[in-house]
Design a binder for this molecule. Structure first.
Ligand SMILES: [Zn+2]
Length: 102
């Protein structure tokens, strides 16, 4: 592992502490950190925006509704999945999540 060029990485990813899958830390509109699968997913609904990183260089994460997600996919944008949905230890990430109202 070299640390050359570490200053300018648009999307920083690293292994999940629990399952070792590569994840990207993003931040939500509320400023909360959010783990997102590094790999784009065909049924993801999280759009990462690296143009407006926070002070740690994390991309902004936008969670799209079904229609917006379909539109983004049509435009060829890569969507990802909240890591909670694919982690082998989802309870690790459920801690602060409010109960979903649907
Ligand atoms: Zn994990």
């Amino acid at each position: 592992m070299t640390s050359a060029n570490e200053r300018h990485r648009p999307l920083q990813s690293g292994p999940c502490d629990e399952c070792g899958q590569p994840i990207i830390w993003a931040y939500t509109a509320n400023g909360n950190p959010m783990p997102v699968d590094a790999k784009p997913s065909d049924n993801g609904n999280v759009l990462l925006d690296a143009r407006h990183p926070d002070h740690r260089g994390r991309p902004a994460a936008g969670v799209l509704g079904a229609q917006a997600a379909a539109g983004a996919r049509d435009r060829g944008q890569e969507l990802r999945t909240h890591h909670r949905l694919t982690c082998t230890h989802p309870e690790r990430w459920a801690r602060k999540t409010r109960k979903a109202t649907r």
